[in-house]
Design a protein around this ligand. Sequence first.
Ligand code: FES
Length: 156
Amino acid sequence: MCDSCPCQQEEKPQPVSQNQFTRRSAVGLAGAAAGSLTLSACSSSQSESLTDDAGGPSAPTDMAAAADVPVGGVIKATASGVSVMIAQPSEGQFRAFSSVCTHQGCQLNAQMEKSMTCPCHSSVFSLEDGSPTGGPAETALAQFPVEVKEGRIWVG
Ligand code: FES
């Protein structure tokens, strides 16, 4: 429920026959349409979060083809509006990390598909465990469960 948002105070639109259509009813319909948009926004933000608390997918999500992740490298993958870093530090060993830098929250890059780097202040993170290996970040990246199924990488 969203008790404090305007969607709880919405009026239902009344059906209007064509000969009853007046300027006043047009204004009312416009207000009802705006209320519906507000209701939609409230519903989606409260019942279906796409991310968990650490910014990873809230449910197992097909993020990439395993073949797209180089051995000893990393890619940045986005699915359903969620971005994660997917690394393969050694052959067949996949890891998924948050793409949010632990220093001040910038989005990481998969630099040349070789390292996880932050464009803001140049922090670098380990492909093995997400720990910081350079720059000002002091905390490891959040890590998410990974499963490889039929050549696809599922994260979350
Ligand atoms: S925000 Fe990433 S290094 Fe500062």
